[in-house]
Design a protein around this ligand. Structure first.
Ligand code: FES
Length: 114
């Protein structure tokens, strides 16, 4: 076996009440910035905070919405749009997908698998 297998672990992102519905909040874990979205009561998402277009740390300030039922975030700089579920770029042309992180909520706390 090689030792290139990446370890993942649940980290605590904060209290549910710290994440207003419809908005993104950036949390820092080591040198990783993650944008956490309380999309609605039942759907929470977490993606990399870094724009894949110009590398700015801005996606937590993006506008959320849906495209054909797909939850999405639009980068606040040039409105490039990504699926919050898969991280896939939803616009014309090509951009790398966003890294996504599973979210779970337990006893009023929010956890991310990183
Ligand atoms: S400028 Fe951020 S994705 Fe377009």
């Amino acid at each position: 076996m090689s030792d290139t297998l990446e370890q993942t672990t649940w980290i605590e992102a904060g209290a549910e009440a710290d994440f207003p519905e419809g908005l993104g909040i950036c949390i820092q874990h080591d040198d990783l910035q993650i944008a956490v979205f309380n999309f609605n009561t039942d759907e929470w998402y977490a993606v990399q905070n870094q724009s894949p277009y110009n590398k700015q740390m801005v996606l937590s300030r993006g506008l959320t919405g849906t495209l054909n039922g797909e939850p999405k975030v639009a980068c606040p700089l040039h409105k490039h749009t990504f699926s919050l579920r898969s991280g896939e770029f939803l616009g014309e042309g090509e951009l790398p997908s966003l890294s996504t992180y599973p979210v779970k909520r337990e006893a009023g706390r929010v956890y991310l698998l990183v």
